[in-house]
Write a protein that binds this ligand. Structure first.
Ligand SMILES: *Cc1c(COP(=O)(O)O)cnc(C)c1O
Length: 438
């Protein structure tokens, strides 16, 4: 299996190259040259395998240049926490992707990307430095994903006083190869400092500098496993005869559309997903595209589901490439809608009243979108909504919707108790450069 850039399907690259480059030289994203079929060893009707075992087989279908034993080791590391499927109502299930260290689904991708980079660096006896700017969530997922990974040092730049205490603790208490740089400035200042560093050829060469971009294929491919696993769990729980495959609709709360792309890859591989529901918040570029056929990026607007506040979703180009730009083909697989903040709160209340389940605002967008796209009388096919974050990460919204406080899971309690270690600097590039070279 090779990978190609979306703009140029003639120049194929290895997984290693796509992983280290992140973005293709022509500025577009890398995609698989073809979508493989589900490996023979993985049948969604066979629910006897462990999550890391399923993940390794899915990953091996895309990444042929790493031996299956090595891939299994990486999968063991990336998928080291459970992904339960919880029944919410008749024919409505939640796939909880938020049991990793930062309680959001991005942990798996960050951990696998770290493991894959480290594997190649070990072989080549090289060291790598990663710099990321964060407004909160990316930094914590990268810090937790790369901690103690050999051959890699990570510098996380965050704006002092402008991220939540929880996020700051998750970035600054890891230690070891993770260096927290507290910048006296804004997120834009942090981003500018990282961009300046990446453009400084002297520095890039001196410390083999790169970034851990969210559009990296190394983060996307492992997410395909969610959808294979979700359908397997459904099979296991609904307990019909082992050879009868159950199909489901799958709803993905989306921002940059990486997770929905992974779901579409899974469907193309042969996972029995009937339809995909794409759920957006007030950032409506994609729902509008489905309605009008024109893609009009714009500045993002702020919502309760802030990890989905994306005005120019970069992974959408990958979805369009999958359907070769054919809108009708896309529409026959995917339905899209948007859910505003007010409806998000109402959904959090409705679900809590009906089943006692506390939805985080992102997952609530997904549940509300499912009810819009699929009125309960329409079909008896089950729907799986992916739960992208733990509600305890959004105490203000939960309090506002439900007037209750959510207990902190142990990962967050532990992070709050550890001692903060950060280097505080003014937003001055020379200071950043000295730290990276130290
Ligand atoms: C990143 C994120 C999303 C959006 O995922 P994409 O792959 O960018 O579409 C949704 N919910 C949460 C909690 C997230 O962190």
């Amino acid at each position: 299996m090779k990978f190609r850039s979306i703009l140029n399907d003639h120049s194929l690259v290895s997984f290693r190259e796509a992983l280290f480059r992140g973005i293709a030289p022509d500025g577009s994203l890398y995609v698989p040259e073809a979508i493989p079929t589900l490996p023979a060893g993985v049948k969604t009707s066979d629910a006897t395998q462990s999550l890391p075992r399923v993940a390794a087989q899915v990953l091996s279908a895309y990444i042929e240049e790493i031996s299956s034993e090595q891939i299994q080791k990486m999968a063991d590391r990336a998928f080291s926490f459970p992904i339960p499927l919880v029944k919410l109502e008749d024919d409505l299930y939640l796939l909880e992707l938020f049991h990793g260290p930062t309680l959001a689904f991005k942990d798996v991708g960050a951990r696998f990307m770290a493991a894959a980079l480290s594997y190649f660096l070990e072989q080549e006896q090289q060291e790598l430095t990663i710099a990321v700017a964060t407004s909160g969530d990316t930094g914590s997922a990268v810090a937790q994903g790369f901690v103690n990974v050999p051959h890699i040092s990570v510098f996380v730049l965050y704006p002092s006083g402008k991220i939540s205490t929880l996020q700051e603790q998750q970035i600054t208490t890891v230690g070891g190869n993770i260096h927290a740089i507290e910048v006296e400035g804004t997120f834009d200042d942090c981003q500018h400092l990282v961009k300046t560093a990446l453009a400084d050829q002297e520095l890039v060469r001196a410390c083999n500098l790169t970034t851990a971009n969210s559009i990296n294929l190394g983060r996307l491919i492992p997410q395909i496993t969610y959808y294979v696993w979700g359908l397997m769990e459904l099979q296991r729980q609904t307990g019909r005869s082992p050879n009868q495959e159950i199909a489901a609709d799958v709803c993905v709360p989306s921002g940059n559309f990486g997770n929905l792309t992974a779901a579409a890859y899974a469907k193309r591989m042969g996972v029995p997903i009937a339809r995909l529901f794409s759920a957006s918040n007030a950032n409506v570029v994609v729902p509008e595209f489905f309605r009008t056929g024109s893609f009009r990026p714009r500045p993002s607007v702020q919502t309760f589901s802030n990890a989905m506040d994306v005005g120019n979703p970069s992974n959408f180009a990958r979805l369009q490439a999958l359907y070769e730009g054919n809108l009708d083909a896309m529409k026959s697989d995917i339905a899209s809608t948007s859910v505003l903040d007010e409806e998000t709160l109402v959904e959090m209340q409705r679900t809590y009243e009906r089943s006692g389940y506390i939805l985080d605002p992102h997952t609530a967008v997904g549940v509300a979108a499912t009810r819009k796209l699929k009125p309960s009388h329409s079909s008896s096919r089950p729907t799986i909504v992916v739960g992208t974050a733990h509600p305890a990460k959004f105490p203000e919204v939960v309090e506002k919707a439900l007037h209750i406080t959510t207990p902190l899971p142990k990962q967050l309690q532990e992070a709050l108790q550890r001692t903060k270690q950060s280097t505080r600097i003014p937003a001055d590039y020379q200071r950043v450069k000295r730290l990276l070279l130290a």
